[in-house]
Write a protein that binds this ligand. Structure first.
Ligand code: 5GP
Ligand code: ZN
Length: 112
């Protein structure tokens, strides 16, 4: 499968990795939209939020479990945003489930 994030997960494509274990990888976005812009992905290919199910949701909760540690490490625990664009209309450009972790600046609401 020609998937950039699968290739980052297996080390075939280089990324600036902050954390990884057997289930997930957290790395810096190539085109940051905030002073802190990380991407958290499951190592196994899941297309989007809309493809989470009973058998693959473990990796997703594993990502959530790591958020407080990551926020503290980057000093953004006083305010950060988690975003997952699901599907073309929401602006998903890489079809491998990922969560944007954005922080280090004031965030606006509603998002565009
Ligand atoms: P989406 O638009 O699907 O929500 O987010 C995809 C994100 O992946 C974008 O913010 C984009 O900058 C990032 N991205 C795309 N290709 C690469 C890559 O090869 N390496 C890294 N580190 N980030 C990437
Ligand atoms: Zn993939």
């Amino acid at each position: 499968m020609d998937c950039i994030f699968c290739k980052i997960a297996c080390g075939e494509i280089k990324a600036d990795i902050e954390y990884q274990d057997d289930k997930i990888v957290i790395f810096h976005d190539l085109n940051p939209q905030a002073p802190v812009h990380l991407l958290a992905i499951p190592k196994d290919h899941i297309q989007s939020l809309d493809h989470i199910n009973e058998s693959n949701c473990n990796a997703v909760s594993h990502i959530f479990k790591h958020l407080p540690k990551i926020a503290k490490k980057f000093g953004i625990e006083n305010g950060y945003r988690l975003v997952s664009n699901c599907g073309e209309k929401a602006g998903q450009t890489v079809n491998h489930l990922h969560f944007h972790i954005l922080g280090g600046r004031d965030m606006r609401w509603p998002p565009g």
